[in-house]
Design a protein around this ligand. Structure first.
Ligand code: DAH
Length: 338
């Protein structure tokens, strides 16, 4: 009986000293395993008298139950502690601030927003149309029949013989005039596509079409409108000049230049020494385009213009290569961040 008490006391001391799961499992083997201390005690029962045996046996069993219970309890305790330790160690601090994402409007978007705002203030409506267009609206309705040499002015991406990626927002002119009757005062910003790529051409670029149809519209109205846009976009002292040109859907047609915003008209590398920068194409709506859309060209006339927004951005911000606009290089884009 003394031996039992002695084992029990040593066991408790040893258990208290255990700080790992492995140590507790080792202790369990040491006392309860096949060759463990308690098994040894039970074996010594044969040396006892018949009357001593039952109470000794009961005492050893009692100790075994106690050991099993406290060992299990200690294991549970250590497992919980271990879990806590791992949770602490592997913890992810979700409250940590991430790197601040950067975002800003693209220079072409800035130009589009600026022009749109100006035009809306002048009473223009803003509409958009399909980028996948029919040959009819992109060319035929605009007085560019099949096999017309003017088609060579634009390198077209055809999808089928009669469906294409629009090469100009002018495609919206006929769509619009078929539905709306004068007075018409509309701008159509959007993407256009041509098979062309170098420092000043991109296969996708952006235009704003302007169209005004009403009674007694003159070239002066066109010039006044464009002068206002140029002054607002490039500075109050900007001058505008018209040069005769040709577009099948306008008659007369003009190429519009503005005084170079870089040198003020003296001549520099941006304007190639001329003092002028070519800005856009425009003209008086060709009467046959009005007639194609069911508008009486004897009663109504109008003007149209096509702004290249990428070109505007390049002139306004001094961007030397159009491809910079499409490369998504943040070092470039961050310079316009607002
Ligand atoms: N659509 C022409 C182009 O992309 C630009 C243009 C010229 C538009 C004259 C017009 C215009 O509305 O009147 O080259």
């Amino acid at each position: 009986m003394d031996k039992i008490e002695q084992i029990k006391s040593v066991f408790h001391d040893e258990l208290a000293a255990c700080s790992t799961i492995a140590a507790v499992q080792e202790l369990k083997v040491k006392y309860l395993g096949k060759t463990g201390e308690l098994t040894g005690l039970l074996k010594s029962i044969k040396d006892l008298s018949a009357e001593e045996r039952p109470s000794f046996g009961a005492k050893v069993n009692e100790l075994r139950n106690l050991m099993e219970a406290v060992l299990a309890e200690k294991l549970d305790e250590l497992k919980v502690a271990e879990l806590q330790r791992r949770l602490q160690e592997e913890r992810i601090d979700v409250s940590l601030t991430a790197t601040k994402p950067w975002g800003a409007l693209h220079p072409v978007t800035l130009i589009q927003n600026e022009i749109t705002e100006l035009m809306v203030a002048m009473g223009f409506e803003v509409l958009s149309g399909p980028e996948i267009e029919t040959d009819y609206y992109n060319f035929q309705a605009l007085n560019i029949p099949e096999d017309h040499p003017a088609r060579d002015m634009q390198d077209t991406f055809y999808i089928t013989d009669s469906i294409l990626l629009r090469t100009q927002t002018s495609a919206m002119q006929a769509r619009l005039m078929e539905k709306k009757k004068p007075p018409i005062k509309v701008i159509c910003p959007g993407k256009v596509f041509r098979s062309d790529s170098d420092a000043s051409h991109s296969p996708v670029f952006h235009q704003i079409e302007g169209l005004v149809v009403d009674k007694n519209i003159t070239l002066c109205d066109l010039k006044g409108t464009l002068e206002y846009i140029a002054a607002r976009m490039f500075g109050e002292n900007t001058k505008v000049r018209f040069r005769p040109s040709f577009f099948p859907f306008t008659e007369p047609s003009v190429e519009v230049d503005v005084t170079c915003s870089n040198c003020g008209g003296k001549g520099c590398s941006l304007c190639k020494g001329t003092g002028w920068i070519e800005l856009l194409g425009a003209g008086m709506v060709n009467p046959c385009v009005l007639e194609n859309c069911g508008i009486d060209s004897k009663k109504y006339n109008g003007f149209a213009f096509g702004i290249g927004m990428d070109r505007f951005a390049m002139i306004k911000y001094g961007i030397p290569d159009i491809r910079l606009l499409f490369e998504n290089d943040q070092r470039f884009l961050k310079q316009f961040g607002k």
